[in-house]
Every structure is written in C-alpha cells, then in structure tokens.
Write a protein that binds this ligand. Structure first.
Ligand SMILES: [Zn+2]
Length: 305
C-alpha cells in the first residue's frame, strides 16, 4: 500500500505513476551532501520497490517518499533512509507509519461494518434452535458441575479432557491363564485373578470440557460483543483509540465465527447419550461410585438424544 500526505491528509494511492510523474521526482538521486526536508509518503505490504538512491537501487519491502532541502523527491527504503538521514528520518517515518497503520485499521473497520448484516445472520444461525451454541454450552456447564451430574462423572470427564484421553477404561478382575501362573499359584489348583484395564469405549470431543473451549465465552465476548461495538461505532466521530481497539477485535471476527461453528458441530456430537454412555458403563460396577453419583449421571445422559 502506498500513502501520500497532501495538505496534512493521508491519501491512499493505487498507482505509483502518481508519484513517479510528480515534477520534482527523481528516479536516480545522488544524496551526497543533501539534507532531509520532509517525508511525504510511505509504502509497505506491496511488491518491493526500487530505491531511488543513486548508490543503492536495490528493491525494498517498505520505505518512504522523501523530499530533500533543495526540493527533490524520491522513494527510498526504510533502512537506507535511516542510514543516510539518521534520527530525523527515524522520527518522521515512525510518525507516518503510525498514521498509515491507523488508516489501515479504519479501512478494516469500515469493511467489517459493511458486512454487519451478514455477520448477524451467521450469529443467529449459531444461536437458534435446540442446538444453539448457548444451549450446548449450558449442557457442558452442567457436565462440569458435580451437583448436576455427580462428582465422579464430572471429575472424570474433566480429567480425560486435561489428559487428552478419549478412551474410557474400566478395571476388571480376569482369571489368569495356565501359562501365567507361578509354580506357587499352581499348587492349590484354584483359579487365580489379575486386575486389568479394559477399554469399554470412547468419548469423542471430550476436549470440549476444557475452559479454553468455552463456547459461551467465545460467542458472547468475541462475537456478539464485537458485533455490537461495530454496530454502535460512528467512524466519523470515533476516537483513534476506539477505532484501534474495535479494529483489533473486528479483524478476527471471521476466524471467531468459523471457530464457533466448528465447536458447535463437535458439541452436538459430544452431547449424545450414545457418546457419553461408556462412562456410565464404567461407573456401574464401581464400589467407589455412590448411588447418587450414578443416578445423577444416568439422568443426565438419558435427557440427551
Ligand atoms: Zn536503498
């Protein structure tokens, strides 16, 4: 992007010819003995530009349009300018870069603001119906609550999520085979047992129990709140600070919506009786699981489809 300052106003130019055709512009400027008068333009985020300094002519990723004290203009790279004109150039380029960044923010905010209708429609899709993201989040909140689904199930699911382990294993005493018996064990001829962990099933998307995947927070704070701020923002009256802070959040809005959609789809698969059943199967024979814990979890999974 190329920006030029005209009468104190920063303008975005689409065509470099507008620079090259200026009457005082020099493609090949010998800067020996010349001093910097002003910086009237700035460029970055575009194909590298050829440096106008006679002794350089390399291409640079970013830089500025300078005016020398004898009123000659050329385009020079950021580092070249800093080397030749030292601190004066550094101060000026930092100033204009800040202004350019703010213009870029403003543009991004304006673009997002013009798409608000579409964003709100997507937000409505996310929240509507029985599988709306907030309802799903509520159910996951219940699963995190020992009073709602019992202490065992709640802790077990959170533990599985933290360990990134979706497999449900239960302990079972199984009879040892003949070849596993020691000489000592063989003596009385009675069956001998060993404790084994048997995989009874898998709970898919158990990572949704993690607070980093909190759908309610994601929707309310990073989507709804941002859209509302964008809607209430008056671009002509807003302060730089307002535009910068809303711009930052708004630039991530599409990514947030995509993430919310993905979490919602996974939550629908997570919150089914069939998916959560293996944990019930594990709890059923356990003496350490109270009747109350078992029935709370059973009621919860039976309330699902
Ligand atoms: Zn250069």
């Amino acid at each position: 992007m190329l920006y030029v300052k005209e009468g104190g106003v920063l303008l975005k130019l689409d065509d470099w010819e507008q620079i090259y055709s200026r009457p005082n512009y020099v493609q090949d400027l010998d800067l020996k003995g010349k001093n910097l008068k002003a910086l009237i333009g700035y460029y970055k985020n575009e194909p590298p530009r050829t440096c106008g300094i006679k002794s350089c002519h390399a291409t640079h990723m970013k830089g500025g349009i300078v005016v020398t004290e004898d009123d000659l203009e050329t385009c020079i790279g950021h580092i070249c300018g800093s080397k030749i004109f030292k601190e004066k150039f550094d101060v000026l380029i930092q100033q204009i870069e800040k202004e350019v960044d703010f213009e870029i923010y403003k543009e991004a905010v304006a673009t997002r603001k013009s798409r608000l209708f579409d964003y709100w429609r997507q937000a409505a899709d996310l929240t509507s119906g029985t599988t709306g993201i907030l309802r799903l989040a509520e159910k996951i909140a219940l699963l995190r609550d020992p009073l709602s689904v019992g202490r065992f199930a709640s802790m077990e699911l959170i533990r599985m999520a933290a360990n990134q382990n979706s497999k449900v294993a239960k302990e079972e005493w199984v009879q040892k085979e003949e070849k596993e018996l020691t000489e000592e064990e063989k003596k009385d001829g009675k069956p001998k047992y060993k404790l084994e962990y048997l995989i009874v099933g898998q709970i898919r998307h158990v990572d949704l129990m993690l607070s980093s995947n909190d759908m309610k927070k994601l929707y309310q704070e990073e989507i709804e709140e941002v859209l509302r701020a964008l809607q209430n923002l008056d671009l002509d009256k807003a302060s730089k600070r307002q535009i910068t802070s809303i711009g930052r959040a708004a630039s991530a809005i599409e990514v947030r919506i995509t993430r919310a959609k993905e979490l919602k789809e996974r939550a629908i698969e997570f919150l089914t009786r069939e998916n959560l059943f293996p944990l019930y199967e594990k709890m059923l024979p356990m003496d350490t699981v109270s009747k109350n814990d078992l029935s709370l979890y059973e009621n919860f999974i039976n309330s699902l489809k």
